[in-house]
Design a protein around this ligand. Structure first.
Ligand code: SIN
Ligand code: FE2
Length: 221
């Protein structure tokens, strides 16, 4: 795709996995970590989304989230007027969520190890789709049964500014730019830190199109 948008992202193709940046005591951005995996991941992601398509969900407070959500794994995260929770069935189809692709699990386990978490056994992966303008308000990931295992978050497509806060909603947040192929891991003393995503800027990513897809793997059950 010609034009300034393509130029903006042309460098994605040239990026190499480039080490880790520490953003908290037990939190790291692994730059470009997933790039060598993307080609294997995308067909699996398409399979998952054919079975459980993205849908917009409503918070218990009655707001429709701007990001559209899906899940794969033994458990999927959902929200509706009665609350946030993990369920074994996709509420839309009343069928189990799609199985977690082996390649996704493998990538997440290796990324967790890279960040110092050696026994990551994810059973849930939330998939968020952001179109330009969509965002994620500050929140804690706290519907999981155990906090001893980290959260591993993989970003694809348009760039985002990830907000990484403290243990109180009002704590100062650090702004971390995330690009196609970056993986963030937070756990241990940082496991319950508030985090969110600023509104995604307009653009068309050469591989993913006009969207950002984020996959967060957790141990929920
Ligand atoms: C999330 O916290 O569920 C999503 C984070 C992200 O999109 O980077
Ligand atoms: Fe989260």
């Amino acid at each position: 795709m010609p034009g300034p948008t393509a130029d903006l992202f042309a460098e994605d193709a040239l990026r190499q996995p480039a080490g880790r940046e520490q953003i908290g005591e037990q939190s790291y951005v692994l730059r470009g970590y997933a790039l060598p995996w993307v080609e294997r991941l995308l067909p699996e992601l398409r399979r998952v989304l054919a079975q459980s398509p993205f849908r917009q969900m409503v918070t218990p407070g009655g707001f429709t989230m701007s990001a559209a959500l899906s899940s794969c794994g033994d458990l999927g995260w959902t929200t509706d007027s009665s609350g946030y929770r993990y369920t074994p069935l996709d509420p839309r189809s009343q069928q189990p969520w799609p199985r977690m692709p082996g390649v996704l699990r493998e990538l997440a386990v290796l990324a967790a190890a890279e960040a110092g978490f050696l026994d990551f056994t994810p059973d849930a992966c939330l998939i968020n789709r952001y179109v330009p303008g969509a965002k994620m308000s500050l929140h804690q990931d706290k519907n999981e049964r155990r906090y001893s295992e980290p959260v591993v978050s993989l970003s694809l497509g348009l760039p985002a500014v990830f907000l990484f806060g403290g243990h109180a909603r009002s704590d100062k947040t650090r702004k971390v730019s995330l690009f196609h192929g970056d993986v963030v891991v937070w756990g241990g003393v940082d496991r319950l830190r508030f985090h969110g995503v600023m509104p995604i800027k307009d653009g068309v990513h050469p591989v993913m199109g006009p969207q950002r897809i984020n996959l967060t793997l957790r141990t929920a059950g």
